[in-house]
Design a protein around this ligand. Structure first.
Ligand code: ZN
Length: 86
């Protein structure tokens, strides 16, 4: 028995991610996501036709969560409030 399951893995050399047959996107960094998330974060900014993630049918609907991670990925700068001007 061959352990090499022939998963149809697509690799986008433009965005540096791989997409499994069932649509899971493996980012080079971080947790796996969806095509919608990949598109919202990366692919929509590329002008390259070589990008594999440009088909609306496959991408599906973009949600706000695809665009913005709620706090998780964001580094919010902390400002010093020690200088109070009372
Ligand atoms: Zn891409």
């Amino acid at each position: 028995m061959n352990s090499n399951n022939s998963e149809n893995l697509q690799v986008c050399s433009i965005c540096g991610v791989s997409v499994t047959e069932d649509g899971q996107v493996n980012f080079s960094d971080g947790k796996p996501g969806t095509r919608a998330r990949l598109y919202a974060r990366v692919c929509q900014y590329t002008e390259k036709l070589e990008c594999i993630n440009r088909e609306p049918e496959l991408i599906g609907e973009l949600t706000a969560q695809d665009r913005y991670e709620t706090g998780e990925d964001l580094t919010i700068p902390t400002f010093s409030t020690s200088q109070a001007t009372n």
